[in-house]
Design a protein around this ligand. Structure first.
Ligand code: ADP
Ligand code: DP6
Ligand code: CO
Length: 349
């Protein structure tokens, strides 16, 4: 009788919030971006995905994924690409060592939970696909580096490649058609600038009407400024942002107008919320009063604001934001406070 054993491994992965945004694909199948990007990985103590990957000959023959207790379609090209790449790495291991169980041939059962709003513009696809890829890599006992796993996670969701690292992370867009050089790398560990804080303002935890994928496709198809941003603006911002991070220069970090272009082009049509604009106003007031940039706001593809600040300014930023927005109705939650963090395999259970 075939081995009926259940093999399983679990992991957690953090959210990352970009400070130079990925927006636009040059290859939608491989999730190859039109520009490089940089993000800060947030602490898993606050926002995280927990994923268990299991495989067994006793499972139903097709692969499955349960996300927050709801069955998901795994036949999509993105999830399939991750499964295929990981299976082929496992198959290569099995081919080199015949004593290994043939896990690559078994159906996969993935169970995942996000402890924060899914598909609401808080990077659930980033934490989600990073966790999925790492859980399966652990299950298959792969020794792949985070950069190698980033190549696979990127095919699930572009931003996921950056969640394989902690701290300050760049996704280098690469130039090759096969995507082999479109990878995430560490810019600096979290310990390099440990005083960085993020305040996450949840204007709406509801699923957004337009996914990140289709939002960026609309921009690519309709924006005349898009190409200029990718070719001229972002390369300059990448350089300036890396320098700001290396020098721990918050003013330079915040000056890069984290309130990105896409807000006006897409979010105002599809994702915006009045309360999001209130957050923008409060941050601008704080900076005006301080006489310098002490708070930097940013939005991903959704209405929820993330405000970066340094720990020493907690009272004049986080304190003031919470106080000021308390009088603006519509906030579902104002108090997820996160820290930049390193991703550790020690978080595996
Ligand atoms: P977000 O702004 O939250 O990243 P996206 O539109 O980019 O929104 O992606 C949301 C999609 O990501 C979900 O509909 C789901 O398909 C996928 N996703 C989110 N969390 C997970 C997870 N934990 N495991 C697998 N896929 C996930
Ligand atoms: C605004 O990575 O969610 O958060 O690759 O289509 O899954 P897909 O998109 P996704 O887009 C993220 C867009 C962003 C900016 C960023 O994270 O860099
Ligand atoms: Co996403």
């Amino acid at each position: 009788m075939a081995d009926q054993k259940i093999y399983q491994a679990s992991t957690t992965a953090p959210v990352n919030i970009a400070v130079v945004k990925y927006w636009g694909k040059r290859d939608a199948k491989l999730n190859l971006p039109t520009n490089s990007s940089i993000s800060v990985t947030l602490s898993q103590a606050d926002l995280r995905t927990h994923t268990t990957a299991a495989c067994s000959a006793s499972f139903p023959t097709s692969d499955s994924l349960l996300l927050n207790s709801s069955p998901q379609d795994v036949t999509g090209a993105r999830t399939q690409a991750c499964f295929r790449e990981l299976r082929s790495l496992r198959a290569a291991l099995e081919a080199s060592d015949s004593s290994l169980p043939k896990l690559s041939a078994l159906p996969l059962k993935i169970v995942s939970e996000n402890n924060f709003p899914t598909a609401a513009g808080l990077a659930s696809s980033a934490a989600g696909f990073a966790a999925l890829v790492r859980a399966i890599a652990n299950l298959y006992d792969l020794s792949s580096s985070p950069t190698e796993l980033s190549r696979i996670a990127r095919q699930g969701s572009g931003s996921a490649c950056r969640s394989l690292f902690g701290g300050y992370v760049a996704w280098q867009m690469g130039t090759k058609d096969d995507g082999s050089d479109s990878l995430a790398v560490e810019v600096a560990p979290a310990s390099h600038w440990p005083t960085m804080r993020a305040l996450i303002l949840v204007a709406s935890a509801k699923q957004k009407k337009v996914s990140s994928t289709s939002g960026m496709q609309t921009t690519v198809a309709t924006s005349e400024l898009f190409q200029r941003r990718a070719e001229v603006v972002v390369p300059k911002h990448m350089e300036e942002m890396e320098k700001a991070i290396k020098e721990k220069d918050f003013e330079a970090f915040g000056k890069l107008r984290l309130f990105w272009f896409g807000v006006k082009w897409n979010i105002s049509l599809t994702w915006s919320s009045d309360v999001s604009w209130a957050a923008v106003g409060v941050v601008e007031d704080i900076n005006r009063k301080a006489g310098k940039i002490v708070a930097a706001y940013t939005f991903d593809a959704g209405p929820n604001a993330v405000i970066y600040y340094e720990e020493a300014n907690t009272d004049i930023v986080a304190g003031v934001v919470k106080g000021a927005l308390g009088s603006v109705s519509g906030w579902e939650s104002q108090d997820i406070k996160a820290q930049a963090s390193d991703v550790l395999d020690a978080a595996d259970v």
